[in-house]
Ligand binder design. Sequence first.
Ligand code: PEP
Length: 251
Amino acid sequence: MKTLIAANWKMNKLPSESEGWARDFLAQLQDTPHDHADIVLCTPYLHLTSLNTLLVASPVRLGAQDVSAHDEGAYTGEIAAKMLFDVGVNYVIVGHSERRAYHNESDALIRDKVERVLATDMVPILCVGEVLEQREGGEAKKVVLGQLEAGLEGLEPSDAARLVVAYEPVWAIGTGQTATAEDAQEMCSAIREALTTRYPNFGKDVRVLYGGSVKPGSAAELFSQNDIDGGLIGGASLDVASLLGIVGGAA
Ligand code: PEP
């Protein structure tokens, strides 16, 4: 299975800046071995249409950072899955800890979003992760596996084969404090076990990512762990050289 490197730009860069960034990235990607990696740029919604024109013939795929759980209709300010698909999006981050914390997204809503993304022929990147108090209280595994089970509740198993899960300990996001490779591996292995129990036919093929302050210097060790199939990259994905360094870490 190829290593998946998903960049999460969050609410950064202007649409007009993103095109120059993507041109630079594609030019320099040619000099970086990347056959072993699938690369996805999850940008703000406004950047997607123009980036799709630039990326459509490239090896880089396009992702969104959120989606509505509804199909269409009177939901002011929301973006439907089919709108994302229409502008060339292949991946959608669902249940990021910033959405859970700042927008009170519940497990039930996140599950509906996962279902909507799968029904629209895109790949959900379902984010799960514990906060520091939960880790310190010895509850990290229970919390993470609880979020996983709730996020997948009742989904059609054949659809779920396309799923990606990202383990993102909240205390490691944007803090510069990466989980040790051993801790990240231990949790990703527990996630894999839960997926294999839930989906005996393909659970082992679901890609499980680690996210939380991954940098070029830490990527290779993280990605070499048995149950870590790539990374969800926030801050370090904003800079061309740094994201390319992380792609290099997947070799
Ligand atoms: C993220 O927001 O998904 C993330 C992992 O951010 P960072 O790499 O900046 O910790």
